[in-house]
Design a binder for this molecule. Structure first.
Ligand code: SF4
Length: 356
């Protein structure tokens, strides 16, 4: 799958490579007031701890732009400044040391202003994301194509042309809609036409329970087609949840290493507390996040088969749990000791557990 990714031009946002052969990265956005540097710095640290590789910050006014210098100095993860309407905010953000800027050239105003931003970015080696959402389409394109995927894609491509005429190519593109099919289609169109790295996401995806599903449907479909270089799952929630969801999606698609738990849904044959075992094992491996598949199965009907396919496995048997390693039974332990025994075995070889 990873080999099937469309090879795009690579850009560098600080230490993070986006596009080309770089792994698909996970990003998020602070929901703090950027003018409150301390709160923003704390949230960036939490996002970084959860595995976020790039953090975007809203820069709505000059006070927020001026706050960036302190925030940049305290952050270990590359930061992207999100700018609308006022190109001077982009210039100040770049002066402050952000690693990337997101603008929608259509709302920046004159070509001269866009030119100023592009020139400054080129001088500093900062990539710019052109982010077009269904809510910010060019009116002429809406008149021509309606509110469609085509209008989204053409809007981004028209803005890209402005950058190319200025000789700027370190661009990341994003076309996002609130609609899954429209987002997939718009990204297919831009991916088919240009070779710039693509940032995937669904805009205003909603609260976690539905937002994760809708975002994963859109982002997952595109990644499976080899389209996409960096992702954001936008949720009406703590942004740390966005990062966790993004990482799980990439792991599920085989695009990121890390722990994969396979567990059965439980049924009338279930002999042990599968839910409790899963939670204990997941919690016990949260920090190590070894690159292994662990199966936790509720009975001896399907359990051993699934557990045997995993790197480590546990199947609930009559009065005891059976523990597997690479398909071989390595022990039977009482239920009260099952999670501990399994964790000890995994952690003994983690992080070297990655022996696949
Ligand atoms: S593995 Fe066993 S307990 Fe779990 S769902 Fe399948 S049959 Fe039921």
């Amino acid at each position: 799958m990873a080999d099937g990714r469309k090879l795009t031009r690579q850009v560098k946002a600080g230490s993070l490579s986006i596009g080309g052969a770089a792994p698909v990265s996970v990003q998020s956005m602070c929901n703090t007031d950027t003018r409150d540097a301390s709160a923003t710095i704390r949230q960036i640290a939490a996002l970084e701890d959860s595995g976020c590789q790039l953090v975007r910050l809203a820069v709505p006014d000059m006070e927020a732009a001026l706050s960036l210098e302190r925030i940049v100095k305290s952050s270990h993860v590359p930061l992207c400044a999100d700018i609308h309407f006022d190109h001077r905010l982009a210039l100040t953000a770049m002066e402050a040391g952000v690693s990337k800027v997101r603008i929608n050239p259509g709302n920046i105003g004159s070509d001269a202003k866009v030119n100023e931003v592009v020139k400054a970015a080129a001088l500093k080696g900062i990539p710019i994301r052109i982010g077009v959402n269904s809510g910010s389409l060019q009116p002429a394109l809406v008149a021509k194509y309606g509110r469609t995927a085509r209008a989204l894609a053409e809007s981004a491509l028209a803005e890209l042309l402005v950058f190319e005429r200025l000789g700027f190519y370190d661009t990341v593109l994003s076309v996002k809609s609130t609609d899954v099919s429209e987002t997939v289609e718009a990204n297919r169109i831009i991916s088919g036409k240009v070779g710039y790295p693509i940032h995937l996401g669904l805009t205003e995806a909603g609260p976690p329970d539905t937002g994760v599903i809708r975002s994963s449907a859109a982002i997952g479909a595109l990644l499976l087609e080899g389209i996409g270089d960096t992702i954001r799952i936008s949720l009406t929630a703590d942004p740390v949840l966005e990062v966790k969801a993004g990482r799980e999606l990439l792991k599920g698609l085989g695009l990121m290493k890390g722990l994969k738990i396979v567990s059965c849904p439980t049924c009338g044959r279930t002999r042990g507390d599968v839910t409790g075992l899963v939670e204990k094992v997941r919690e016990g491996l949260r920090n190590a996040d070894p690159n292994v598949t662990v199966a936790i199965m509720g009975c001896e009907v399907n359990g051993p088969g699934e557990a045997a396919d995993a790197d480590f496995g546990l199947a609930c048997g009559q009065g005891a749990a059976i523990i597997f390693r690479k398909g071989a039974v390595v022990g039977r332990v009482p239920y009260e000791e099952a999670a501990k025994a399994l964790l000890e075995m995994i952690l003994l070889v983690a992080p070297g557990a990655d022996d696949r």
